[in-house]
Design a protein around this ligand. Structure first.
Ligand code: FMN
Length: 191
């Protein structure tokens, strides 16, 4: 195989794109776009997000001990990108985007009404890593578009229609269905 070493670089392609909601010290609802985010534990269900200290959202997460993680659909790419450029220090991002803040039922953080998935998270761990601090949030509620769930724990991907991010600076959508998980690989066990 022809490969070259790019050195010490982020090579996880792609990452999800999430929009995290908080209330700041003046109780103003704010949003931040994050691409450094992911699931980090099944039981209890937890997410990890990485935030630079200089972000307005960093103080809000630390002070309130809570945040929401919202999954934007592809059609909200303009709003999502704006939320990742403007700062809540000087901008009202809900007003500028026309998105609607909904108070979390269980945590002190706003959710985005228009997005197909929103999770309410309680801050469980904060870890200094380097440029970013890692926040682990325990998910205490997961709100989802009523049409999205299928049988069991499966969801209709087309109802979520999430954005993906290629580190370096490009948004993509998801591709076609390929196969169910934990199934095809069995062929190699039975051989
Ligand atoms: C696609 C994208 C991904 C981003 N990912 C992160 C991230 O993972 N961590 C972070 O601290 N900032 C990230 N940012 C930058 C913040 O969203 C941006 O600095 C924002 O304006 C901070 O808002 P705030 O000051 O209101 O908290 C990202 C921006 C974009 C556009």
């Amino acid at each position: 195989m022809n490969r070259k070493n790019l050195g010490a670089r982020l090579g996880l392609y792609p990452t999800p794109v999430v929009v995290v909601g908080t209330y700041d010290k003046d109780d103003k609802p704010n949003l931040i776009t994050l691409a450094w985010a992911g699931i980090c534990c099944s039981e209890p269900p937890c997410l990890q997000i990485s935030v630079r200290k200089e972000r307005h959202s960093w103080s809000a997460i630390t002070e309130r001990g809570a945040f929401s993680v919202n999954v934007p659909s592809k059609k909200y790419v303009v709003e999502t990108d704006y939320i990742g450029i403007a700062s809540g220090r000087s901008a009202d991002k809900f007003a500028a985007t026309g998105l609607t803040p909904v108070k979390g039922e269980l945590v002190d953080a706003p959710l985005v009404a228009e997005f197909p998935v929103s999770m309410e998270c309680k801050l469980k761990h904060s870890i200094e890593v380097g440029s970013h601090d890692l926040f682990v949030g325990e998910i205490v509620a997961c709100w989802i578009d009523e049409d999205a769930p299928k049988e069991g724990t499966k969801v209709r991907a087309e109802k979520i229609d999430p954005l993906l991010y290629m580190p370096g600076g490009e948004y993509f959508g998801i591709g076609e269905f390929i196969a169910g998980g934990y199934t095809l690989g069995k062929k190699l066990i039975e051989k």
